[in-house]
Design a protein around this ligand. Structure first.
Ligand code: SF4
Length: 377
């Protein structure tokens, strides 16, 4: 059987999530679900499938202890559905406790290494990206946003970490890559471990919500946390993993590099609808076959749109799945329904985001002041 591959900078393919767990040591999330009073749609719909050390974060929630939620974005374009997935997780885990602080890195160093994007271009995109997350529900009062290139602690940590890793270790995790990407991986480890520095309250659980393809970064950060524990007291960071959403063109994963594979939160409702209209489905060749054999929701990106983002509730997801499998639902009407939901969401999101642009700038300024008062120089 073809091996699943996890490449945070390229094409990842995951066909068998159970196998991924045994191969890379990701633990299932299911045993921990009873600990959530109100599981998020990602948890209740099986989208968040795996975790590492999530119990440490849930212990902090139960005991009203501080913890951090850490994430970031490579500002090489507008928010797409994959970014929304991570943002939804950040917002949810932040909402679990007043003691949760979100740290959000604008990965401009990585955007330069991977996409050749200048820091100035990254800067412009950052405000818009932050406004997207605020529109999705992030509480700005418990959030710190920074640019990697300006956060000297992160850069210093990456230099320290570079003495503790060899080329072979990085090659084993990421394969043969250009040095710039190895460097950006070390910087990202700095991002993930920064909330545990003394000036931010010292060692604490840090949760990183990621797509399955980002696991190499989590493994590297956990290795480094263990290696540098004697110096910094680091606790290995926790992670929660979500499934990769099927591409509208029929591939295994949506990708920013292939616009038709999904849509962005910047697309007009009309453009997003067009992409959904021409998307691949798990339907049969004829109406007669679909009625007789049923559709295949588990290979259908339209079903993923319902399940991952736009279904009204879990019962709606189950209904679409059952009606599809039983041949009650045909693909044309199924697309019509989800298009209505997509249009409604985008129209609302665009309004909210425009109203949040000022708040986004304010959050960046407030964060910079906070970070400099904590000794960023
Ligand atoms: S009916 Fe809907 S979920 Fe089923 S295959 Fe067609 S588009 Fe996909």
């Amino acid at each position: 059987m073809e091996k699943d591959t996890l490449d945070p900078w390229g094409t990842s393919s995951v066909k068998d999530y159970a196998r991924l767990q045994s191969e890379f040591g990701i633990e299932p999330i299911a045993p921990l679900i009873p600990r959530f009073k109100n599981p998020s749609p990602h948890i209740s719909r099986g989208i968040d499938f795996g975790q590492r050390d999530l119990a440490k974060v849930l212990d902090a929630v139960d005991n009203h202890k501080p913890f951090a939620v850490m994430s970031g974005i490579k500002p090489d374009g507008v928010f797409h559905l994959g970014n929304k997935m991570t943002a939804d997780d950040m917002v949810y885990f932040q909402s679990l406790s007043k003691e949760a602080t979100v740290y959000y890195a604008v990965a401009d160093v990585e955007a330069y290494a991977d996409n050749g994007l200048s820091y100035e271009e990254s800067s412009k995109m950052a405000v818009r990206n932050v406004a997207d997350i605020l529109a999705l529900g992030l509480d700005p009062d418990r959030a710190v946003v920074y640019k990697q290139s300006e956060e000297m602690r992160v850069m210093r940590m990456s230099t320290i970490f570079s003495r503790g890793v060899t080329n072979n270790m990085l090659k084993a995790i990421y394969g043969e890559r250009q040095i710039g990407l190895y460097m950006s991986a070390l910087i990202q480890a700095g991002d993930i471990l920064m909330p545990q520095l003394a000036e931010f309250g010292g060692p604490k659980p840090v949760l990183v919500p990621v797509g399955a393809d980002q696991d190499p970064h989590i493994r590297l950060s956990r290795d480094l946390a263990a290696r540098y524990r004697p110096d910094f007291g680091f606790i290995p960071p926790s992670a929660v993993y979500h499934r990769l959403e099927l591409s509208l063109t029929g591939g295994q994963k949506m990708s920013k590099r292939i616009p038709e594979s999904g849509f962005t939160l910047d697309d007009s409702p009309t453009e997003a609808s067009r992409r959904v209209r021409v998307a691949f489905t798990g339907g049969r060749d004829t109406v007669e076959e679909q009625r007789r054999l049923g559709g295949r929701p588990d290979i259908c990106p339209i079903f993923d749109l319902y399940r991952f983002h736009f279904a009204r509730d879990d019962e709606h997801v189950d209904r679409v799945h059952q009606e599809c499998e039983k041949g009650i639902r045909l693909c044309g009407e199924c697309k019509d329904e989800v298009i209505g939901l997509v249009k409604g969401f985008l129209t609302e999101h665009h309004k909210k985001r425009e109203s949040m642009m000022g708040d986004a700038k304010e959050l960046l300024v407030k964060s910079r002041k906070y970070l400099s008062s904590a000794g960023n120089q």
